[in-house]
Design a protein around this ligand. Structure first.
Ligand SMILES: C[S@@+](CC[C@H](N)C(=O)[O-])C[C@H]1O[C@@H](n2cnc3c(N)ncnc32)[C@H](O)[C@@H]1O
Length: 207
């Protein structure tokens, strides 16, 4: 686990971008994320980089008690905030760890939702390969940001902090990475609602 990055995010738990409740501006972004992820009750979902759990709560309510949400974050502060938010939802587990270190039965998740975390993976192809190994054939992986990639990359570049080299790859590089991981790209949009990539693990039968 990258402890320097974990400490950086520990100090961000109460920052507006991490803690403010979702409002009207986020509604269409959340709707697009849920629709594109084809998230349904009963699904098993992996959510790396859960932060304070704003999305975790929405995902947990959507999959319901017959589903399962495995949320994780390298920052203990973020994990504690997320645990508070989902307290009482017995089908949710929140762990302090890097997703690259998360172990589960291969092919046990219906969905992987990378919300505002992909740029922060130190080795993006390796992280992607690990997450794909946990995805069921026909399952969907989503990489989503509530801002366009140019804004995210520019913000990180100018931050002058441990995240200054954390970038969303250019479309061609992302397409290559996704194909190498064995996924079929179904959607790649980068507009006023933000960035959204949807890819499916090849199979005859979507799940
Ligand atoms: C920009 S924040 C986004 C948090 C949350 N998804 C949100 O949108 O509010 C990125 C989060 O990913 C976490 N993170 C970074 N690298 C990670 C990794 N390899 N595995 C799990 N979490 C990671 C950070 O600690 C941080 O909380």
């Amino acid at each position: 686990m990258n402890t320097t990055k974990a400490s950086f995010f520990d100090a961000q738990v109460q920052a507006g971008w991490a803690a403010e409740e979702y409002g009207e501006a986020e509604r269409p972004k959340l709707e697009r994320l849920l629709a594109q992820s084809e998230l349904r009750p009963g699904h098993w979902v992996l959510e790396p980089g859960c932060g304070t759990g704003r999305l975790s709560e929405v995902l947990a309510q959507t999959v319901g008690p017959n589903g399962h949400l495995a949320a994780m974050d390298i920052s203990l502060g973020m994990v504690q905030a997320c645990r508070e938010r989902v307290a009482g939802l017995s089908w949710v587990r929140v762990e302090q760890m890097a997703v690259e270190e998360f172990e589960a039965e291969p092919a046990s998740f219906d969905r992987v939702i990378c919300h505002q975390v992909f740029p922060h993976f130190d080795d993006q192809p390796a992280a992607l390969a690990h997450m794909v190994g946990l995805l069921k054939p026909g399952g969907v992986l989503t990489v989503v940001h509530f801002m366009p990639s140019a804004v995210i990359n520019d913000t990180h570049r100018k931050a002058g902090t441990v995240v200054e080299r954390d970038m969303l790859p250019q479309p061609e590089e992302m397409r290559r990475m996704v194909a190498q991981a064995g996924l079929s790209l179904e959607t790649l949009v980068d507009d006023e609602l933000g960035y959204l990539l949807k890819a499916r693990l090849k199979s005859e039968t979507p799940v």
